[in-house]
Design a protein around this ligand. Structure first.
Ligand SMILES: [Zn+2]
Length: 160
């Protein structure tokens, strides 16, 4: 790790030339999940044949039942806020190396048709009181999608 100070007296730490390459598969169901997000802006869950719980994002095995899951089911790109936070302290986004504009929100959502929660960024409205647990949200997709969770720009409140 290397530490540098800029002209404003801010210190930056970075990896220098060190790289941390990784490459792993997201699996058959994870690939289908990302393909549908990219190509059709469609969320999919996977249903346990035993307890009928629908997992989003998808996974191969239902933990409580220890049963393999193979049934993909479409779920809505809309849902409700389970929890959220608004971040007001700026920092360097580790994914982009850029300062993340503030304030920005991060939320946990329950999509309609799912039995598990999904987390992502949430757009903070000018009137922050409109954000609350139980508020309706929907996914906003990027125009150019590449098959990753970043194909979702963020979630936003559904206008009422
Ligand atoms: Zn199960």
């Amino acid at each position: 790790m290397i530490t540098e100070e800029n002209k404003q007296g801010l210190f930056f730490m970075h990896s220098g030339d060190a790289s941390q390459p990784y490459r792993y598969t997201v699996g058959t169901w994870g690939s289908k999940f990302l393909t549908e997000l990219r190509d059709h802006k469609q969320f999919y869950g996977i249903r346990c044949p035993k307890c009928k719980k629908v997992y989003v994002p998808v996974r191969q095995v239902c933990g409580p039942c220890f049963t393999e899951m193979t049934e993909l089911v479409p779920v809505s790109a809309e849902g409700k806020i389970v929890s959220y936070t608004i971040l007001r302290f700026q920092f360097l986004d580790p994914e982009t190396g850029e300062r993340k504009p503030i304030p920005y929100g991060y939320g946990i959502f329950r999509l309609d048709g799912a039995d598990t929660n999904f987390q992502h960024f949430i757009a903070v409205p000018e009137d922050e009181s409109r954000l609350f647990i139980g508020a309706r949200v929907r996914a906003v997709f990027r125009e150019e999608r590449r098959g990753s969770l970043r194909d979702i720009l963020h979630f936003e409140l559904v206008a009422d």
